[in-house]
Design a protein around this ligand. Structure first.
Ligand code: PNS
Length: 158
């Protein structure tokens, strides 16, 4: 089975993430969306909330499953028999950062990283910006799945 992991914080998932997950799902037998448990970073949504949301918005893809991990991504890959990581690249600065991470991950474990150019519709999009816009009352519909839009409004203005 050809398997790939799509890792991230997903706090929250954006339409940019969803686009990469959907495109990876067309190329691979199974896509594992892996949510990083990061106790050092404060988040708007808990890991369990993010997992629930990811599971709901990826329900349309039969070959996508959602998991969580802590520690090194490559250890998660090894434990789950995943030979490759897929990462979306929005802009050149993403590439600079991701290239180093990909090379380190390969050096550590032999796990490959595949870069997928982000759909230009979403090249400006990030979870942090979405949260900032929503926090100050801006309209993030069209930037995130409808469910996330609703959850953001509830969490930030509720
Ligand atoms: O959505 P994010 O926060 O940009 O995702 C970053 C993530 C989770 C992909 C990255 O931080 C990661 O892989 N963290 C796990 C720790 C690790 O393996 N670091 C790499 C050492 S080379």
């Amino acid at each position: 089975m050809r398997r790939v992991v799509c890792p991230g914080s997903f706090d929250p998932i954006t339409n940019g993430h969803l686009d990469i997950i959907g495109r990876a799902a067309r190329l691979y037998d199974e896509v594992v969306v892996a949510v990083l448990i990061n106790i050092e970073k404060s988040s708007l949504f808990t890991v369990e909330e993010r997992i629930d949301t990811l599971s709901t918005v990826t329900k349309q893809y039969e070959n996508v499953r959602v998991a969580k991990f802590h520690g090194l991504l490559v250890d998660f890959c090894k434990a789950n028999d995943i030979p490759a990581i897929v990462k979306g690249i929005r802009v050149v600065s993403d590439f600079d950062y991701e290239l180093q991470m990909a090379q380190l991950n390969f050096q550590l474990s032999g796990v490959e990283t595949l870069f997928m150019p982000t759909n230009p519709k979403y090249s400006f999009l990030s979870s942090s910006r979405v949260k900032e816009i929503a926090r100050y009352g801006g309209d993030v519909s069209g930037l995130v799945p409808d469910l996330v839009h609703k959850l953001l409004i509830e969490r930030l203005r509720g």
